[in-house]
Design a protein around this ligand. Structure first.
Ligand code: SF4
Length: 440
């Protein structure tokens, strides 16, 4: 039975002319029923952390729990104006859903790819009297807006490829995923346990490898739009092959970045690459031969034993210490404030090998982030969703308070060590509650 068939209920209290809401039922509903009693809710966390922007707290919770849309909210989607995706589990077959949300202060909320948490009820996006609002249990939490579509989205490259398929957009960033696969997924049991890359890419009709010419043409077109973009970002799965480890991945990025650099007269341009951890010599080529400005290699989890369990491919190829060493080498080349590493915050609590408590997990994360900060490297966190298709799909991510404590701790470390996080801030990325705190 589809979700649409499962339930469509009236939904009221506080949000006016409310549309129809899709509700989960059965076992999923029962599993969700107790979580509100077991952890602090949004209102309690807002009250307990008055020094943290309420927008950041709302963002973290929405990313943690996911969203669904009422028919009224979907009725506010304008495909000429908004970035949309066709159909997902919570929509009618041909409904256009918004790609993601934005709060009144410009804080972005990524909702793409996750409609509802398995363990907690999602927020509901509704519309009334021309306002689009985020609601929970019928109460309006905040006004939201849908991401606006960039000018290049409906255009085609000279090869006839739709530009939106080549370069995706965030409100102020261009995002390039040149390869749609990861070598760790090809090796049984080597993929990262939280990762859904294989699931996502196997379900799209994107080619495994984008044409470099398509990418350059699309970026050239996209940067014509005045006042929109502050950053160009690249990432993809690990490509381990070539004459030496990772040469295939490096060659791909060198080709793309060289082409984009030419658009900027060969100079450094606002840009970020998240790649597998390159060697010193490879990093040197990347820095010297292209206009790439900042560099990231995601360690994913800040604990050696858990890294081995959760990221077995990365661990067996590079080792935890080896990955860290390559980050230190990147700082030597790109400079402090231009290198960071991302974590999937919360996977360190995954069962059965993760930390037994949120207190222990936070203490460990902060201690390890402090070590990296002493070497000029910022740690940035993403909110973990236990997504369908990942090994961890049945795990329960931590509480909202955990994410706020961690965000606060990571922000404090950067302030203490004077590390700028502009390379990954709310405009250039927008996916990290901790770097949103750097605005203030
Ligand atoms: S390296 Fe890990 S997280 Fe990255 S795409 Fe491969 S499996 Fe996924």
């Amino acid at each position: 039975m589809s979700i649409k068939e499962r339930a469509v209920t009236a939904h009221g209290r506080g949000s006016g002319d409310i549309g129809r809401v899709v509700r989960l039922q059965g076992a999923e509903r029962r599993a969700e029923s107790r979580w509100r009693e077991e952890e602090l809710g949004l209102g309690q966390v807002l009250a307990k952390y008055p020094d943290i922007s309420p927008f950041v707290i709302i963002k973290a919770d929405v990313q943690r729990r996911g969203v669904i849309y009422t028919q009224a909210a979907l009725g506010e989607v304008d495909p000429d104006r908004h970035m949309t995706k066709v159909r997902s589990d919570y929509c009618e077959k041909n409904d256009l859903a918004p790609v993601s949300l934005m709060l009144r202060d410009g804080t972005t909320i990524f909702t793409e790819g996750f409609m509802a948490g398995r363990h907690r009820e999602p927020y509901v996006v509704d519309a009334a009297s021309g306002r689009i609002v985020l609601t929970d249990e019928g109460r309006v939490i905040e006004e939201v807006s849908y991401w606006e579509k960039p000018d290049y989205y409906d255009k085609f490259t000279s090869r006839g490829t739709p530009m939106w398929q080549v370069v995706s957009a965030r409100p102020q960033r261009l995002t390039i995923h040149p390869n749609q696969y990861c070598d760790f997924w090809k090796r049984k049991g080597q993929g990262c346990k939280f990762c859904v890359m294989a699931e996502i890419y196997n379900s799209t009709d994107k080619p495994p490898l984008l044409h470099v010419e398509d990418i350059i043409e699309t970026v050239a077109e996209a940067v014509k739009e005045p006042g929109r973009n502050v950053n160009i970002f690249l990432t993809g799965g690990s490509l381990l092959g070539g004459d030496a480890l990772l040469e295939e991945e490096l060659d791909l990025y060198l080709k793309i970045l060289t082409g984009i650099s030419a658009l900027f007269g060969g100079r450094k341009f606002p840009s970020q690459l998240i790649s597998t951890a390159f060697s010193r010599e490879q990093l040197r080529r990347l820095y010297d031969q292209t206009g790439l400005a900042t560099y990231t290699a995601d360690i994913e989890v800040l604990n050696k034993d858990l890294f081995m369990w959760i990221c077995p491919g990365k661990a067996s190829t590079f080792g935890y210490d080896g990955w860290m060493e390559r980050l230190y080498q990147a700082v030597d080349i790109f400079g402090p404030g231009n290198v960071n590493t991302g974590i999937v915050a919360g996977v360190e609590l995954a069962r059965p090998k993760g930390f037994a408590s949120e207190d222990e997990a936070i203490a460990s994360d902060i201690a390890e982030a402090e070590k990296l900060a002493r070497r000029g490297i910022a740690v940035v966190s993403c909110v973990w969703r236990a997504l369908k298709g990942s090994v961890f799909q049945r795990q329960k991510p931590p509480s909202l308070e955990y994410y706020i404590r961690l965000a606060k701790g990571l922000d404090n470390i950067r302030r203490t060590h004077g590390i700028s996080v502009d390379m990954d801030n709310y405009r250039r990325c927008g996916n990290h509650p901790d770097t949103d705190l750097g605005r203030i």
